[in-house]
Design a protein around this ligand. Structure first.
Ligand code: ZN
Length: 296
């Protein structure tokens, strides 16, 4: 049995296929206190800081969400949107870049985000090639390991985590406010998508979650890339299940079992009922783990 990762939902997440206008959801705003908000719509969860310097935004979902997101942000602040940080290059996190840049926002990302947007991807883990992004959507400031924004009286530390969900992931940490945006390294309550075709890896995702766990405490307000707002305990659980996945599948790879045989053995069955209910089901998680560990 050979399976490719071509679930429609997965492709929508990766490439940001256009939604029918009727399918564009309302934006839901969650107040985290202290001028911090999380905006939920369609695509990756958006983080917002508002204050005297204006608005700082983390990720901007799909292009068709921009009107709703900009309206929701306007409810929170009269100030200009000064910066948008992209946590990684997937279309459900960068799709609004062009629209946000048109309002005057400066788009910022890890250098690999811009690099992948410039080239696109011929063979993503979804089925259709991802075309290069238009110039107007590209980040205009890039960094390699880390960047710090001094904005609205806070220090926002943007920390690159290598080869995790992709090869361009950043997490954003507002230390004084105890707010943490994890990007897609953290899917709250679901197996994560690890985009091997974009330089992601299982071990890097585990390591990325450990960076977040080292930062967070029991009071940290955590915005995951997908899923409900989270606590450190939620993130610990997401980490621990991935360590279990690794512990189960690594010996099967080391034994030389084929991918088909590993999938047929249903090695993650004890976790799938809880963790495999979104677009990464148990078989897909098995395939991702197998391919990532087999490539090491
Ligand atoms: Zn993603």
């Amino acid at each position: 049995m050979f399976r490719t990762i071509t679930a429609v939902a997965a492709f929508a997440l990766i490439a940001g296929v256009a939604l029918a206008q009727d399918d564009v959801p309302e934006v839901e705003t969650f107040d985290l206190g202290g001028g911090f908000y999380a905006l939920y719509g369609q695509g990756g969860n958006v983080g917002v800081s508002v204050g005297e310097d204006g608005v700082f935004v983390i990720d901007d979902q799909y292009a068709q969400m921009s009107d709703g997101l900009l309206a929701a942000i306007a409810e929170l602040s009269d100030g200009p949107i000064r910066y948008v940080v992209n946590t990684h290059w997937h279309g459900d996190h960068i799709g609004g870049n062009e629209n946000f840049a048109a309002t005057g926002a400066v788009i910022v990302s890890h250098e690999n985000v811009r690099g992948r947007m410039v080239t696109g991807l011929e063979e993503p883990m979804g089925d259709d090639p991802i075309p290069p992004s238009p110039e107007a959507a590209l980040p205009v400031i890039t960094f390699n390991d880390a960047a710090t924004f001094h904005f609205n009286g806070h220090e926002a530390r943007v920390i690159h985590v290598p080869h995790a969900h992709t090869d361009g992931d950043s997490i954003i940490w507002f230390a004084d406010a105890n707010v943490l945006h994890m990007g897609d390294i953290f899917f709250n309550g679901h197996y994560p998508f690890v985009d091997l075709a974009s330089g992601g890896s299982l071990d890097g995702t585990i390591a990325g979650l450990e960076v977040g766990l080292a930062i967070a405490d029991d009071d940290t307000k955590i915005i995951p890339g997908h899923g409900e707002l989270a606590t450190r305990a939620d993130m610990q659980a997401a980490h621990d299940v991935l360590v279990s996945v690794r512990t189960i599948i690594a010996p099967l790879v080391a034994e030389g079992m084929s991918e088909e045989d590993v999938v047929a053995a249903d090695p993650l069955s004890e976790f799938n009922e809880v963790w495999g209910q979104w677009f990464i089901d148990g078989d897909t998680m098995t395939i991702i783990a197998y391919r990532s560990l087999n490539a090491d």
